[in-house]
Write a protein that binds this ligand. Structure first.
Ligand SMILES: [Zn+2]
Length: 510
């Protein structure tokens, strides 16, 4: 009887946890028994591993094989354990030296012909393994670009089982990753070719965009078609600074788990822009899936922008599900197998037409929707959701004269982004030593304890609270935006000018 052990990684949300894989080859009825995998994954892994070993011309032990994956309690979905299972069996059978594989991590799916296929979530898996310190991780060649982003992990890319076995036997220098050495994050390849200077005739909306970018706030744009709501939203990322390294790794990990990381750009350095269509399923927007729980649009937009065009057209339960991530920066997806939590701190931009017919007012076939129809349409955006939208702006069609007059005020994104960066640095300095970097992230309790503006500056809000036009949650939003306005104005604390302006933005569309 021979035993060999090795390691792999299971993903829980976007966190990698070590899985021990043990193969035991001994007397008994020939056959393979897998312990610690769910039934369906079990039979598929068994078939792939056996075919891959046989088709790579290695002997398959004619014995009773027991493979166990611990801890049994970890959810182990997907096919990334194939490689570790195969290597453990080959170790127990004496094909590769058992002591060589004991300290390595293996990630990868096996093709029936022995090829090693790419798997999802390699970046967070390698990050999880690297937590053990000084680790070596064997990954599919196709995933090596994202694996080498992790500092403190030695990455061995392999294309097929033969190449891997020969390396384990000879103990030579490992095959080199295709991406030779990690120097610094590659510059954004997704640099948008749109610019804020393209949006002429909407000075208030441009200003709102700048404030949102500076503080990380949410925005609602209300107006008829053709007023540039989509143009505005698409330009928000152009005002945001590049992601700092830790945030870039978070964002990249989520996209890796979702399987949507472009192989040409393994590190995501720009804030993502995600725009789900209103026909998208709740799982696609919030996260979900039947076997593997995958992050939805709210998590793909983490540290970036989630744009929901024609927001009232989204199903009510999808809109309501936005409330949790808007409040906490994370989203919990519950499934029969258990709950998974994904990061989801995004800037929400909602756009809405004033009525369901989406006709303008100045056409021949102008809108004939009654006030009741209009009210009911916008009523699909619930009060609790709109409470969480910091800024609400109405956009109207501009006249020729307004367009001409505004032309001299438009600025390129680059210039606005400089002001945004300066304001963000001001906020980050104030928040130094905390886990928050922008005003939007400050929790309510901390906001009122440590960052409450003076009584005089709070005066406009107290009046609205008394009159019932401002909710407690709305008050928090107003105070956060007031801080951002102070940061943009290079002031130490918000005064009444800032709180008044912030209140105006929050009340916005009435
Ligand atoms: Zn209408």
């Amino acid at each position: 009887m021979a035993v060999a052990r090795t390691r792999s990684v299971a993903l829980v949300g976007v966190t990698g946890r070590t899985v021990e894989v043990e193969a035991d080859v001994g007397k008994g009825l020939a056959g393979i028994h897998l312990i610690g995998l769910p039934d369906t994954a079990l039979s598929e892994a068994r078939d792939r591993v056996r075919s891959a070993v046989v088709n790579s011309s290695y002997p398959w032990p004619d014995a009773r094989i027991i493979v166990s994956l611990f801890p049994a309690s970890l959810p182990k979905r997907g096919s990334q354990f194939d490689l570790a299972i195969a290597v453990a069996i080959l170790g127990a059978a004496g094909v590769v030296p058992a002591q060589r594989i004991a300290d390595l991590f293996f990630l990868g799916e096996l093709g029936l012909d022995g090829r090693i296929r790419a798997v999802r979530g390699v970046l967070p898996s390698v990050l999880g393994a690297a937590g053990q310190g000084g680790v070596t991780v064997v990954v599919p060649s196709a995933n090596s670009a994202e694996a080498v982003l992790v500092p403190d992990a030695k990455v061995i890319p392999v294309a097929d089982l033969r190449q891997l076995v020969e390396w384990l036997r000879k103990g030579d220098d490992p095959p080199q990753p295709e991406v030779e050495e990690y120097v610094e994050p590659p510059k954004a390849t997704d640099a948008p070719d749109v610019d804020l200077a393209d949006v002429v005739g909407q000075p208030v909306a441009r200003r709102a965009l700048e404030v949102c970018a500076a503080g990380g706030h949410n925005l609602w744009l209300l107006g008829p078609p053709g007023t540039g709501k989509t143009m505005l939203a698409e330009r928000l990322p152009t005002l945001l600074p590049e992601l700092e390294l830790d945030h870039a790794l978070e964002v990249t990990a989520i996209h890796s788990v979702a399987g949507v990381l472009p192989s040409s750009a393994p590190m995501m350095c720009r804030p993502p822009f995600v725009s789900p269509h209103h026909t998208a399923t709740a799982a696609a927007v919030i996260g979900g899936g039947s076997t593997i729980v995958r992050p939805g649009a709210v998590s793909l937009a983490h540290r970036g922008v989630l744009f929901m065009d024609e927001a009232p057209e989204f199903p009510r339960h999808v809109l309501d599900a936005l409330r949790q991530p808007l409040e906490s920066g994370r989203v919990t997806v519950s499934r029969a197998a258990g709950a998974v939590t994904f990061p989801a701190r995004f800037m929400l931009v909602l756009a809405a037409n004033p009525c369901p017919c989406a006709q303008g007012e100045d056409k021949e076939d102008a809108c004939r929707c009654s006030p009741t129809v209009r009210r009911r349409y916008l009523g699909r955006l619930s009060g609790p959701l709109l409470d969480r939208i910091d800024m609400k702006v109405t956009v109207a069609r501009s006249s020729r004269r307004e367009l001409l007059a505004d032309r001299q005020f438009v600025e390129p994104s680059k210039k606005v982004a400089e002001r945004v960066l300066a304001a963000r640095e001001r906020a980050a300095k104030r928040l130094a030593g905390t886990q928050w970097r922008s005003n939007a992230e400050i929790p309510s309790s901390v906001l009122h304890a440590d960052f409450r503006p003076s009584a005089e500056a709070m005066h406009p809000m107290t009046t609205c609270l008394d009159a019932g036009t401002l909710t407690a949650r709305g008050l928090d939003r107003v105070v956060r935006v007031a801080w951002t306005l102070a940061d943009l104005a290079d002031k130490d604390t918000p005064g009444q000018d800032e709180t008044n302006a912030a209140l105006g933005f929050w009340l916005g569309v009435r």
